[in-house]
Write a protein that binds this ligand. Structure first.
Ligand SMILES: [Zn+2]
Length: 215
């Protein structure tokens, strides 16, 4: 069956990692906002040129442009068996825009973690200043980058006040977004506490159980 998924979760839940694992397991593309924008720019298309201007000026890419980029990506052949959207839609406006394109979403996987735990995780995150490698809370023993041997540093945007502000913005945007999809009965809520493998098994089990339910 088709697997047109959207992954939603606050920063620090390991959402990108889960999307990547699902993508490998199910052989469907993982489409993250970051990679979408990068690919659009690299394609050299007219749309890519517009995206590049926004990114250069440090401005957020407006919803209508973002939607065009998503629409273009979802017209490729490799999504015929499904896809995993990660980071889009992020707001109710984007979700409504996506609805208008006629692209149906089968399931929305919402990964939730307590805010105290998110803060704890983000504060224990270190990165390589050279290649951007991120060390999660699970690799506590690492203090140098496994790729370049450079000493890892705390991420500048992982300051406690910035984290709290990000979580507040996230809550304000996500609640209406979740309600939008809950009305359709397609939200799968997954407990994001525990190891990467534990969370992954919960997601898979949840999706498979729901499939059975619908047969
Ligand atoms: Zn590195």
């Amino acid at each position: 069956m088709d697997r047109r998924l959207v992954l939603i979760g606050p920063p620090g839940t390991g959402k990108g990692t889960q999307a990547q694992m699902l993508s490998e397991e199910w052989k469907i593309p993982h489409i993250s906002t970051g990679s979408l924008l990068r690919e659009a720019v690299e394609s050299g298309s007219e749309l890519g040129g517009v995206v590049e201007q926004y990114m250069r000026s440090g401005e957020l890419v407006p919803d209508n442009i973002m939607l065009d980029v998503v629409k273009e990506r979802l017209s490729h052949n490799d999504v015929s068996g499904g896809f995993i959207l990660d980071g889009f839609p992020r707001t109710i406006e984007q979700a409504e825009g996506l609805d208008r394109t006629g692209i149906d979403i089968d399931r929305v996987v919402y990964i939730y973690v307590d805010e105290d735990e998110i803060i704890r995780r983000l504060l224990s995150r270190y990165e390589c200043p050279k290649c951007g490698y991120i060390k999660g809370a699970e690799n506590n023993k690492e203090d140098v980058c496994p790729k370049c041997g450079v000493k890892l540093v705390r991420r500048a945007d992982d300051d406690i006040d910035i984290i709290k502000k990000r979580l507040k913005v996230y809550r304000e945007q996500t609640e209406p977004l979740l309600d939008h999809y809950k009305d359709r009965g397609i939200v799968l809520e997954v407990d994001g506490n525990g190891t990467v493998e534990e969370v992954f098994r919960r997601i898979e089990k949840g999706l498979i159980d729901e499939d059975k339910h619908q047969e």
